[in-house]
Design a protein around this ligand. Structure first.
Ligand SMILES: NC(=O)c1ccc[n+]([C@@H]2O[C@H](COP(=O)([O-])OP(=O)(O)OC[C@H]3O[C@@H](n4cnc5c(N)ncnc54)[C@H](OP(=O)(O)O)[C@@H]3O)[C@@H](O)[C@H]2O)c1
Length: 248
């Protein structure tokens, strides 16, 4: 598997699953434009990999962010072949207790910003017969009591993936990965208290047939598979669970 010479944008690249994806994509030989709001963790990653990495520190929901990201990738590497929409926001809570404004915030990060980034990247993706990988969640396919808003945004991302796969074929492939539970910084920022987080961890573990959480690299390797046209040129509109059997 090789991505040598390709230019890939990855959002939410400095932590958790995004970091796992970035390291796999870099090891496969691609140049990478890494995106997040906090500059420091992005710079740390860039310092380790040198000129194969360009940093864009921005909020993907900010006006003009998508244009800025695409311009940085094309200026740094002369082209753009692929977009990995990984950045995500997860805020949990039952319907009566969760602030409805959080639904808008999650929709903006998990659905609207990915769509906008694909739209801005489209001329480059078309010209290079490129591809998109959206990092969704098993929450987009399963019922999610206590996490309904988050699940709804990931279901919307799945729908966007399938519709755009048809709309943009045969020039641009659009696929999604639905990770199961992977222990990342996100788990400490869901809005649940300590006891709630402990219960969630235990529930997720007991409902995962493989009996363990996933590793970031296990998602990263699948992203590389989907980006590599030698392997996946005939795949578009796929929603792939990489989840330790949680959706089985
Ligand atoms: N962990 C799991 O169990 C799991 C399971 C299924 C799916 N997922 C999905 O996997 C993806 C990665 O999540 P993770 O678990 O790796 O959590 P994470 O470590 O918290 O990663 C989220 C990343 O997104 C970036 N980000 C968030 N909002 C942003 C914004 N508005 N603009 C730019 N960057 C933003 C964050 O960086 P900054 O804070 O610096 O902006 C961070 O690097 C998400 O889409 C998540 O829904 C996770």
């Amino acid at each position: 598997m090789t991505l040598t010479g390709k230019s890939v944008v990855i959002t939410g690249a400095a932590t958790g699953i995004g970091r796992g994806i970035t390291e796999c994509v870099l090891k496969s030989g691609a140049n990478v434009t890494i995106v997040g709001r906090r500059e420091e963790p992005l710079r740390d990653l860039a310092d380790r990999y040198g000129p194969a990495v360009t940093v864009v520190a921005t909020d993907i929901c900010a006006p003009g962010a998508a244009e800025q990201i695409v311009a940085a990738a094309t200026e740094s590497f002369g082209r753009l072949d692929a977009v990995v929409n990984n950045a995500g926001l997860a805020r949990f809570g039952r319907l009566e207790s969760i602030d409805p404004a959080l639904f808008d915030a999650m929709f903006a990060v998990n659905v609207r910003a990915p769509a906008e980034l694909i739209r801005c990247a489209l001329p480059q993706l078309r010209a290079n017969r490129g591809s998109v990988v959206n990092i969704s969640s098993v929450g987009g396919a399963l019922s999610m009591p206590g996490r309904a808003f988050y699940g709804a945004t990931k279901a919307a991302l799945n729908s966007l993936t399938r519709s755009l796969a048809r709309e943009l074929a045969p020039d641009v492939r659009v696929n999604a990965i639905m990770p199961g539970p992977v222990e990342t910084p996100m788990w400490n920022e869901t809005g649940l208290d300590e006891a709630g987080t402990r219960r969630l961890r235990a529930d997720l573990l007991s409902s995962t047939p493989m009996g363990r959480f996933g590793d970031e690299s296990e998602i990263g390797r699948w992203v590389c598979v989907l980006l590599d046209p030698e392997v996946s040129a005939w795949m578009t509109g796929a929603l792939i669970p990489v989840d330790g059997g949680r959706t089985a």
